[in-house]
Design a protein around this ligand. Sequence first.
Ligand SMILES: C[S@@+](CC[C@H](N)C(=O)[O-])C[C@H]1O[C@@H](n2cnc3c(N)ncnc32)[C@H](O)[C@@H]1O
Length: 202
Amino acid sequence: MDESFSEKEISFIRSKLGSRYKEVSEGPEGLFQYPVGEEGLSTLGYPKEVIESLPQAVRSGFCGVGNPFSLGTLEHGSKVLDLGCGVGVDSLVASTIVGPRGQVIGIDVSEHMLHRAEENRLRSGGDNLRFVLSDVESIPLKDRSVDVIITNGVLNLVVDKRRVLEECFRVLDDGGEMWIADQVLTDDGPLSHKDRVRQWAG
Ligand SMILES: C[S@@+](CC[C@H](N)C(=O)[O-])C[C@H]1O[C@@H](n2cnc3c(N)ncnc32)[C@H](O)[C@@H]1O
C-alpha cells in the first residue's frame, strides 16, 4: 500500500501507540484479538521446554503474533537484534540459544515495555542481553553489526515501513537474515485512510 501521512497524523499515531503500550505493559490479557501470554506462546508453536524455561511473569507479557524462531536456526555466538522487543520474551529466548559468546539487543520505543523487559532480564539471567529505548525507524547500531534480526507483531504498527527495512539492511551483516512475524493486509482493507489513522494500534 502506497500511503503517506501528515506530520499531525504521525504525531497522533505516536501518541496513541505510547498510551496503548503503556497499558499493555501492565499485562496484555484482554487487550488483543488474538491469544497472548502463555496461551499465545503455545498456540504459536513455541516448544513446551522453551515456554517452561521462562518464568511465569515473563510468559504473561508476550503479545507477539507469530513465532520468528520457526523461520530459521539460531547459532551459538550469533548477534541478534529483536525489533520492537516489548517485554523481551523473544529476546530472552534468543539469548539462551546464542549463549555467552552471542549477543542480543532488544529495542522498543515504549519506555514502559522496556522497563518490564529489564525486570524480565534480571529475573531470567541474560548477561548477553541488553535493551535499548529506540524507534525501529532509526536503529542505534553500526552498519553490518548483526547476524539475525527477529521481529514479532511490530512492523504493522510502524508508520514508515520502508525506512525500517532500509535500517535493517544497513545493520545486517553480509549473509544476515531477518525473520519477520507480523500481520499483513492482502488488499487495501476495509478502512479509509482517516479511519486507519484513527484506529491505529487497535
Ligand atoms: C504487539 S507488541 C509485540 C511485542 C513483542 N515483540 C512480543 O512479541 O511480545 C508491539 C511492540 O512494538 C513496539 N513498537 C511499536 N512501534 C514501534 C516503533 N516505531 N519502534 C520501536 N518499537 C515499536 C511497541 O512498543 C510494542 O512493544
